[in-house]
Design a protein around this ligand. Structure first.
Ligand SMILES: Nc1ncnc2c1ncn2[C@@H]1O[C@H](COP(=O)(O)OP(=O)(O)O)[C@@H](O)[C@H]1O
Ligand SMILES: [Mg+2]
Length: 439
């Protein structure tokens, strides 16, 4: 995925949220820019519908690539316009919102406002109307070309943007991890037992760790992987971050390189699998396959072939968000380790560590911080991300704004992401939002 693609999906996600927000809607209706607002949303929807298809086709089709590049350029400009629109709506709400809720929307009652503020809104209205129309026309021209390029609506793709994260490794700083003692001990117990019911007729047991994104599956797997008892028990260990695509060649290579700490240059699966098989031969190994999405049994069936060379008692830890994946890989033989959210207390410790890192804990922020942590509902990724956001906010009001944001109330289905994460994303300046698309 290119940076442009990441930017585009991140841009669209945020654009839809902002254009559909209550504040912007009220403002647009009052100042009669709602037609323009709706047209812009409609155009963005047309583009959004074909984005996955375009992203997939761009590597083979130069015209599609150019189309995406052009779209990215216009999206940067559109982002600035939407930002202006949203900022002005907020200013309007703060300055005049109380008056407008009492007043009817009769034109004449505009004069009951304080004149300079109303006048500036009026001028803004003329300006923003023009800007939205202009940007919509540019986007519309691009959207029209989608038919000529043969781009299809609704093609499924991975959701990119700021949700995408760096590949994981096995390294962890244990002192930065809170809670999880019980879960860790339970799985260590499974790992150290050689007589565990093997998966089907295999000697190898698969231990799935299942849970929503950001709940701490990878972190738990890292804790297990680096535990001394585990190190002593197994003859060989390997860590492979699967994430994006379940490409058997890439994953096998990652396992082999991790197990042997050497790099290889195989071009074909046959010698590669054979090498891995030789390395594993007769050894009791521990393998972590982190963040697996693949639901195709046949892919898994091919990947696991070399594993059968390992000794009895070898284990594979699989982390996944999806129970079906766990079921397929474990052959339905083991109970899932359904990873629960952290307790509020552990989440607080995590938040405290990351939000007060530079300044030291300040009592006036503690009670607001604890309320914010409660809203993270035990999701460590949310607590950590918000802590990072608040690290540079030194005014109490800034903390309160985060605590009282409407974004907390958005249902997850609507946003597709945890509100806490959305919130932290929402508060970034546009150029930083783009940075989010890099990581
Ligand atoms: N128990 C924990 N204590 C401290 N930080 C945690 C804990 N669990 C997860 N985190 C942090 O939260 C973030 C998301 O955790 P991760 O393990 O990557 O989640 P998942 O693999 O379920 O998506 C990471 O930055 C990780 O360091
Ligand atoms: Mg993970």
């Amino acid at each position: 995925m290119s940076v442009g693609d990441a930017f585009l999906s991140a841009f669209l996600q945020v654009a839809f949220d902002r254009l559909a927000s209550r504040k912007l809607l009220d403002f647009a209706q009052y100042w009669k820019v709602d037609v323009e607002r709706k047209n812009l949303i409609r155009t963005l929807r047309k583009i959004n519908a074909v984005l996955n298809d375009a992203e997939e086709k761009q590597s083979k089709d130069e015209a599609v690539k150019e189309w995406l590049d052009e779209l990215t350029d216009v999206a940067y400009d559109a982002e600035v316009v939407i930002d202006e629109f949203a900022t002005e709506a907020l200013r309007w709400k703060l300055l005049e919102g109380s008056v407008t809720t009492q007043a009817s929307t009769e034109e004449s009652q505009v004069w009951s406002f304080n004149i300079p503020a109303s006048f500036s809104h009026f001028m803004f209205n003329v300006d923003i109307k023009y800007k939205i129309k202009a940007i919509t026309e540019r986007l519309d021209d691009i959207a029209k070309e989608r038919h000529d390029l043969g781009l299809r609506d609704g093609v499924q793709g991975r959701s990119y943007g700021f949700q995408e994260r760096l590949p994981t490794t096995s390294l962890v700083n244990e002192s930065d991890v809170y809670g999880r003692d019980e879960e860790k001990e339970k799985i260590i117990d499974m790992l150290l037992r050689d007589d565990q019911e093997p998966c089907r007729h295999n000697k190898i047991s698969v231990i799935p760790i299942v849970g929503m994104g950001g709940v701490g599956k990878t972190t738990l797997a890292q804790l297990l992987y680096s535990d001394d008892r585990v190190n002593q028990h197994f003859n060989m260990k390997a860590w492979a971050c699967v994430s994006d695509e379940f490409d058997v060649m890439t994953i096998t290579m990652a396992i082999l390189e991790s197990a042997t700490k050497r790099s290889y240059d195989f071009k074909n699966l046959e010698p590669l699998q054979d090498s891995l098989k030789n390395e594993l031969n007769g050894k009791k190994f521990l393998l972590v396959l982190d963040d697996v999405w693949n639901k195709k049994y046949t892919n898994w069936d091919v990947l696991k072939k070399p594993f059968s060379a390992g000794a009895k008692g070898s284990k594979i830890i699989v982390t996944t968000r999806n129970k079906d994946v766990a079921f397929i890989m474990a052959g339905g033989t083991l109970p899932f380790n359904d990873l629960k959210h952290l307790s509020d207390d552990d989440c607080w410790l995590l938040f405290e560590k990351h939000s007060f890192e530079n300044t030291g804990r300040q009592p006036k922020f503690e009670s607001i911080g604890r309320e914010i942590v409660k809203k993270c509902k035990g999701l460590p990724l949310a607590a950590k991300t918000l802590a990072g956001l608040l690290l540079c906010k030194v005014e109490e009001d800034e903390w309160k704004n985060i605590l009282n944001s409407e974004l907390w109330d958005l249902p997850d289905e609507e946003s597709g992401i945890m509100p806490a994460l959305k919130l932290s994303y929402h508060h970034l300046r546009p150029h930083l939002k783009r940075c989010f698309a890099y990581c």
